[in-house]
Design a protein around this ligand. Structure first.
Ligand SMILES: O=C(O)C(=O)C[C@]1(C(=O)O)C=C[C@@H](O)C=C1
Length: 323
């Protein structure tokens, strides 16, 4: 045991724990600087992030978005709180739900069914069709729903199949979903500077949160700074600033690394244009097995080589050696 701790959305048996466990010790060691961390379940995404901020864990793994239901608000809000945290890895996990019950329970006996809001959203039609009489209850995680079934507080849980073993439950149904092939994206976060920025791999993603003044074209200007540098924007989502009604955090993900000129220049431009910019991390892009990731040809004049050559040309103009 190293004393190095990774917080995750618990209890045991969440998709979040599965995502974290897909990282090999080598990858985890590379991302965290420690090969064998202790994995600590927390009751919520907020609590997992708070644990890192309080020094009770050195890193946290939290869900950030689902391909069917979209962003996880608690994570997005948590990422822009202070002190800052930065993403050092992303993990894409295909999500497959089972309906778990106590041994012996039949479908007719299910009067209530629980899940995390994202789990409920991905299986809403299925529940309406197959468990029409069940009252739906929302829980802090899918495994928390399984724990409630085990405790006799609810009859069924929509959760990961692995939760059955953790909570002594059995499958009433498996492969439950309204839209197939759902994927949830998780991120591993650390305080900035520990152990340092992941090195560029050539296939990275950078996450940014930015706020702008509320005037015509402000968001367009932000997007233009990104677009003209050939950065492929892979996600944009907003969250209210809460204490400034009508103002928003824009969460932007784009291909590239802050150490590369295009992304570096785009970030510097946002720093000039926005009322606040948070660098949320540059980290290797994950792909689902068998799928191509984003970020093909950045367009004419937009490769790292193009940026390096133009910077040398400008330097020569400035020092009088070129024309
Ligand atoms: O509750 C869990 O098991 C989680 O890991 C959270 C979460 C989410 O936030 O979307 C992860 C994957 C599923 O989409 C449902 C719930």
């Amino acid at each position: 045991m190293t004393g190095f701790r990774v917080a995750f959305l618990g209890p045991h048996g969440t998709f979040c724990e599965q995502a974290l466990r897909t990282l090999t010790p080598a990858v985890l060691g590379d991302a965290l600087g420690e090969p064998e961390p202790a994995l600590l379940p927390f009751a919520s995404t907020t609590a997992a992030l708070d644990a890192v901020r309080a020094g009770d864990a050195e890193a946290a793994c939290v869900p950030v978005e689902n391909s069917v239901e979209g962003g996880v608000p608690a994570t997005m809000d948590g990422l822009v709180e202070t002190p800052p945290l930065v993403i050092v890895r992303e993990i894409l996990l295909p999500v497959r739900f089972s309906v778990l019950v106590r041994p012996g329970t039949t479908a007719d006996e299910v009067g209530s069914v629980a899940s995390h809001p994202h789990g409920e959203a991905q299986t809403r039609r299925w529940i309406a069709e197959h468990l029409p009489a069940a009252e739906v209850r929302l829980t802090s995680s899918t495994a928390a729903a399984a724990a409630q079934v085990a405790a006799g507080e609810v009859d069924a849980a929509v959760c990961a199949p692995v939760a059955a073993a953790h909570h002594g439950l059995v499958e009433l149904a498996s492969g439950v979903h309204d839209t197939g092939d759902a994927v949830t994206r998780f991120v591993l976060v650390r305080p900035p500077g520990a152990p340092g920025l992941p090195a560029p791999t050539g296939a990275d993603r950078t996450s940014i949160a930015a706020t702008t003044v509320n005037q015509p074209g402000a968001l367009l200007a932000v997007l233009t700074e990104i677009a003209v540098r050939g950065v492929d924007l892979t996600r944009i989502e907003s969250r209210p600033l809460k204490d400034r009604r009508g103002d928003y955090w824009f969460f932007l993900d784009g291909t590239g690394h802050v150490a590369e000129p295009a992304m570096g220049e785009a970030l510097a431009a946002l720093r000039r244009r926005c009322t606040d910019v948070r660098f949320l991390g540059s980290y290797p892009r994950a792909t689902v097995a068998g799928e191509e990731g984003p970020g093909g040809d950045p367009g004419p004049g937009q490769t790292v080589k193009d940026y390096t050559e133009s910077a040398s040309w400008l330097a020569a103009l400035r020092d009088g050696s070129g024309a």
